[in-house]
Design a binder for this molecule. Structure first.
Ligand SMILES: [Zn+2]
Length: 414
């Protein structure tokens, strides 16, 4: 009850400025829940808008990164101290860290149609690249605008295929969460390696690839122009903007681990599929069932390979297949330079969340193989790998993608 006046004040300031654009004094704590009681206590802060969980509570003894507004820090630390929860300060002042990055990063322009793995490309540059790839390799690559974002940006897929129908499709998407900048470069590297590296031409003879490099371009652009840490879409609400698109899918929607409060980072929307971006993904996948055999949703960060279910601790029916494939993907990534992913679902989840794409693709679209890939953290803020770290991440992840491909080929191509 005592928290109510604080909420009220926060609402007023949000109304005045619409969105938070300055993170002065915001801290990022790394907390380590060691018991279920501690985990449950930390989890309660998920629904407080002074808290932004950068990573989720998934396992005991695994660190959780959470950004906390200045006015809530003292009480948060008091709780952690009283309950003997291990924690450290990961970022003392988020605004300072973001400013430092802006000063350091002098961005080179990307020539229209080119791709780079030493910069984070803007949405227009990403579109220019996939259009160029399709123009240069028209025999195997084509683009299609499958929808428009709320603000009218193209939701463009690139399809890599030698033609024919009824081939298995590997579908990959990135940047449903706007601030997770390392995810589009991973998608672009997959396109680049498939189409522009002749060594890999085998990989699209019997299997088709469909890649949507930016699911949430409005949010993604907003992280470049206004608020670096924006996560949601950009649909206006009465008080706050945006919906967590990965809580907006219509399977067990709003059942758990999602918020019905529009200012929350995990706001599920006023109805399922309220967002045009999620409806677009839904419609594309449904139009292409049963050919889509593998669904990969690229996120950051934390190095997790997560398969269904997210909404329950019940085991998915093909858990052995999903787990062993995940393990093999991890082995391939690990072999490059020791990056280790945790593979799991319910056994790697302390707190369920619902309305995510990977549960929907399994339960409704009938795609048997689906993973959320939480790529590695990087840079000062975790969401900001240094320019020199992009290439190592995209190249190691590509080794994992090859394992996914081989599995799909072996299972579904006669
Ligand atoms: Zn994410």
């Amino acid at each position: 009850m005592t928290l109510k006046p604080i909420y009220f004040l926060t609402l007023i300031s949000l109304t005045a400025s619409q969105d938070l654009t300055n993170y002065e004094g915001y801290k990022v704590y790394q907390v380590v829940p060691e018991t279920l009681d501690q985990a449950s206590l930390i989890n309660k802060f998920q629904y407080d808008i002074n808290f932004d969980f950068w990573t989720e509570i998934r396992l005991l003894n695994a660190p959780v990164d959470v950004m906390v507004a200045p006015l809530a820090q003292e009480s948060f630390e008091a709780v952690l101290n009283t309950e003997n929860i291990e924690y450290s300060t990961l970022i003392e002042n988020v605004e300072e860290t973001l400013q430092k990055r802006n000063r350091r990063r002098k961005r080179a322009t990307v020539e229209a149609g080119n791709v780079t793995f030493t910069e984070f490309m803007r949405h227009q540059e990403i579109l220019a690249y996939i259009h160029q790839v399709a123009a240069d390799h028209a025999d195997v690559a084509s683009t299609e605008v499958i929808g428009k974002s709320f603000e009218g940006r193209d939701l463009t897929i690139i399809k890599i295929s030698t033609g024919g129908s009824d081939k298995p499709i590997i579908y990959i998407e990135a940047a449903i969460h706007a601030r997770e900048w390392i995810s589009p470069p991973v998608a672009l590297y997959i396109i680049n390696q498939l189409v522009e590296n002749p060594e890999n031409s085998d990989m699209y003879q019997d299997v088709d690839w469909v890649i949507l490099p930016v699911v949430n371009p409005d949010g993604y652009e907003y992280t470049h122009t206004d608020v670096r840490l924006w996560r949601k879409t950009r649909t206006p609400g009465t008080i706050c903007y945006g919906v967590d698109a990965n809580r907006n899918f219509d399977y067990q929607w709003m059942v758990t681990g999602a918020s019905n409060w529009q200012c929350s980072e995990t706001y599920a929307g006023h109805v399922a599929f309220s967002e045009v971006e999620t409806r677009t993904v839904r419609d594309y996948l449904l139009a292409n069932t049963p050919n889509v055999k593998l669904f990969l949703d690229l996120h950051s960060y934390g190095q997790w390979l997560l398969y269904p279910w997210a909404y329950t601790s019940d085991l998915v029916e093909n858990i052995e297949e999903l787990h062993s494939l995940g393990d093999r993907v991890n082995d391939a990534i690990y072999a490059v330079r020791g990056t280790n992913y945790t593979v799991g679902s319910s056994n790697a989840i302390l707190y369920a969340s619902s309305g995510g794409s990977r549960d929907w693709t399994k339960a409704v679209a009938g795609i048997d193989l689906g993973y959320t890939v939480e790529l590695p953290r990087g840079g000062d803020s975790g969401f900001d790998p240094d320019a020199s770290d992009i290439l190592p991440v995209v190249t190691e992840t590509w080794e994992g993608v090859k394992v996914f491909y081989e599995y799909v080929r072996d299972k579904y191509v006669n």
